[in-house]
Design a protein around this ligand. Sequence first.
Ligand SMILES: Cc1ncc(COP(=O)(O)O)c(C=O)c1O
Length: 410
Amino acid sequence: MWDENGKAYLDFAGGIGCLNVGSAHPEVVAAVQEQAEKLLHTCIHVTLNEPYLALVEQLCRIAPISGEKKALLANSGAEAVENAVKIARSFTERQAVLVFENAFHGRTNLGLALTSKIVPYKAGFGPFTPEVYRIPYAYCYRCPFGKTYGKCAYECVDAVYHAFETYVDPRSVAAMVVEPVQGEGGFIVPPPEYLPAIRQICREKGIIFIVDEVQTGFGRTGELFSVQHYESLDPDLITMAKSLGAGLPISAVVGKADIMDATVVGGLGGTFGGNPLAAAAALKVIELMERDDLPARARIIGQRMTTVLKELQRKYPAIGDVRAQGAMVAFELVKDPAQKNPFPEMCSAIVQKCGEKGLILLKAGIYDNVVRMLVPLVISEDDLETGLSILVEAIDEAMAEWQGNMNTLP
Ligand SMILES: Cc1ncc(COP(=O)(O)O)c(C=O)c1O
């Protein structure tokens, strides 16, 4: 990207993970142009259109869900999540929803009810929709139970049963909504046993297992969808958005047909959901993902970034944790690695220095102390290396300033 003065920037944020195929992929642009000349809008409540139909067929083909599938298109991630919860409530005729600490599911009222961070997302925006119950996530670096992974008894899994004993009757729970890697929460990758265990609890209790792949989907984690890192998670519903549209607003809920069919005709949707232009872009994204094997590229990018960050971690104990699944890469900053007290000032200093040097990065985490990277998967080797060297330089400078100022940053 270039600013108004012609200064160049490398983009390691991708408009918060929307640009897995890049910011203006020529084939996406051509597909959108071609569609624009034919038809801009119908509203599917009035007339279906070809891109909508073609896209739901493609999404049902690629979604890692067993059995017959159906799909619904909407405009944003929050809308996809809202619709998924509506579908689960209709199907189960139950109301409660289980969600997680550190979760982010969007800025609509239900989205905020499901979201975990108070400032800036929830503060002042209540009241929120009721019947939402929150349980801890498997955030092993900051285990909510004070345990160490490998020596624990999966207290985070027991917490679900504890919730059923103490504050919500499992027979009233319609859905569990979970991010397979928490995004805004700080790229928290759960240990391999966690999601299969909570998925099994949902099966036992007849709870719809909704996996929110809005940020993790479309190649980001080294698979088309993050749930494909597991043998048989088999979600009931998956929500998708962001990189699905390559920068155009579109989202989807894909799920098991019997569950998707539980709502009455006209109960879901909206005026613009599955707009033909955005659907044309999404069809091209799916084609590019498969043709150019972008998930494989995500694995290579992620490995390279992780290697550089782990090296820096050996040098700087303030880099408390380096986390990645594919090219969803982050590092968490702490003042002292033993205490793990969050270091948001260092996080801001690094992000700011990178910006000044021409590298766009993002913060994340409940404590704003995580630097996260969502590099477009079409990045060239040269640009990746240039971006990484800017990052290393910025970290070196920020750490030196902190140490030079007797461990304080401005
Ligand atoms: C996991 C997840 N779900 C939902 C959303 C909300 O998406 P949108 O901002 O498109 O409404 C986001 C956005 O960051 C997200 O990361």
